[in-house]
Design a protein around this ligand. Structure first.
Ligand SMILES: NC(=O)c1ccc[n+]([C@@H]2O[C@H](COP(=O)([O-])OP(=O)(O)OC[C@H]3O[C@@H](n4cnc5c(N)ncnc54)[C@H](OP(=O)(O)O)[C@@H]3O)[C@@H](O)[C@H]2O)c1
Length: 324
């Protein structure tokens, strides 16, 4: 089969025309024909060996890509997470890790949506316990996942959404997706903290979703710092680390605020939460997208171009989808 395969962890994936087809190893698994797979930070980071879920070298050549859209033998169109790689003509999936797709959503959109939903609905619902009526700050909202977070925070009933970002045009476009206020990260640290403090003073952040970590996360923590009197409860969830994996965090800040700090990613969710993702959250999101109620922008590319596009930067807020 045609596949994007890697022969060594960290090496550039290659387009292969005769990669062996994978076969199910138990009754819990099933084969599918893949039609589209999104190429995300997660896939690149796993392939490079930098993702915490992919340590060590690989013992044999493997197909890359974590998830995708395609059809089962009986013709059912599905989204699924692969047992092995998904950027290939055939893949094996676990039967309880797939979601049937509604008509009205195209393959590329359906392939691009889930990772962004995982990166926004899971932290909002399960880490921050969003109920509706909250003020939500989204740091790094101009990215593909941040854009989804703005839309889902609105959908889940946020009272106010504040979005931060670097690209001015993308930031302004978030106002049409549901953001109430936008803050550019392209300003002085002092100004960024002052603006955050001012908003937090008038409408305290109930939830903060962070996709960047690094310098802007440090500034957010200093904007939250209390002065010894009662503070509102804030729940900050780390989802990504585009601008750095480490920060300096003052213990004084932690003691001065009513802060719940957590992360959302593979390993942080319960089995029940993951089950809900497949049985409730993703089906609902596919329906919303099929009804045109979620804005998802993709850039479609061909499998045979995998080597050319591996390092490619996609236009702001869009997702690269490999069509097979
Ligand atoms: N844990 C999970 O479940 C989960 C799920 C999905 C994604 N993620 C993670 O979330 C993060 C974002 O993913 P994504 O899909 O939204 O990525 P993306 O579409 O590539 O967006 C990248 C974001 O980072 C910003 N950025 C890049 N360099 C920057 C810099 N030097 N200073 C300030 N901002 C900078 C971009 O801002 P501009 O566009 O404004 O320049 C944009 O908002 C990644 O780390 C990804 O791995 C985690």
């Amino acid at each position: 089969m045609k596949a994007a395969a890697q022969f060594e962890r960290g090496a550039m994936p290659r387009y292969i025309e005769n990669f062996p087809e994978p076969l199910p190893r138990s009754d819990d698994e099933i084969g599918m024909s893949v039609k589209a797979a999104a190429l995300k930070h997660f896939d690149r980071s796993r392939a490079s060996g930098k993702h915490y879920s992919a340590a060590g070298n690989i013992s044999e050549a493997r197909v890359i890509g974590g998830d995708g859209v395609g059809v089962l033998e009986d013709g059912t169109r599905i989204y699924a997470i692969g047992v092995g790689g998904m950027i290939a003509e055939r893949a094996v999936i676990e039967k309880d890790r797939m979601v049937p797709l509604p008509t009205g959503i195209d393959d590329a959109t359906a392939a691009a949506l889930p990772n962004a939903v995982i990166g926004s609905a899971m932290p909002l619902r399960f880490k921050a316990g969003m109920q509706g009526g909250e003020t939500v700050l989204i740091n790094g909202a101009t990215g593909f996942t941040g854009k989804m977070a703005v839309q889902l925070a609105k959908y889940y009933g946020a009272k106010k959404i504040i979005a931060t970002g670097r690209n001015r045009q993308s930031l302004e476009a978030l106002l049409d997706l549901g953001a109430d206020e936008i803050l550019s990260t392209q300003t002085s640290d002092k100004d960024f903290v002052a603006q955050l403090r001012k908003i937090h003073h008038h409408t305290p952040f109930d939830i903060i979703l962070d996709y960047l970590w690094g310098p802007t996360a440090e500034l957010i923590f200093s904007a939250l710092k209390g002065r010894g009197s009662f503070t509102p409860k804030t729940c900050l969830v780390s989802i990504g680390s585009v601008t750095g994996d480490k920060i300096q965090l003052s213990a004084e800040i932690l003691r001065s605020v009513n802060l719940q700090l957590s992360g959302s990613g593979l390993g942080s969710w319960t089995r029940e939460e993951v089950q809900k993702l497949f049985t409730e959250i993703l089906p609902e999101m596919f329906e919303l997208a099929a009804a045109g109620k979620l804005i998802i922008e993709t850039v479609k590319v061909n499998l045979k171009d995998i080597e050319k596009l591996w390092e490619e930067e996609v236009p702001a807020g869009k997702r690269l989808v490999i069509v097979i």
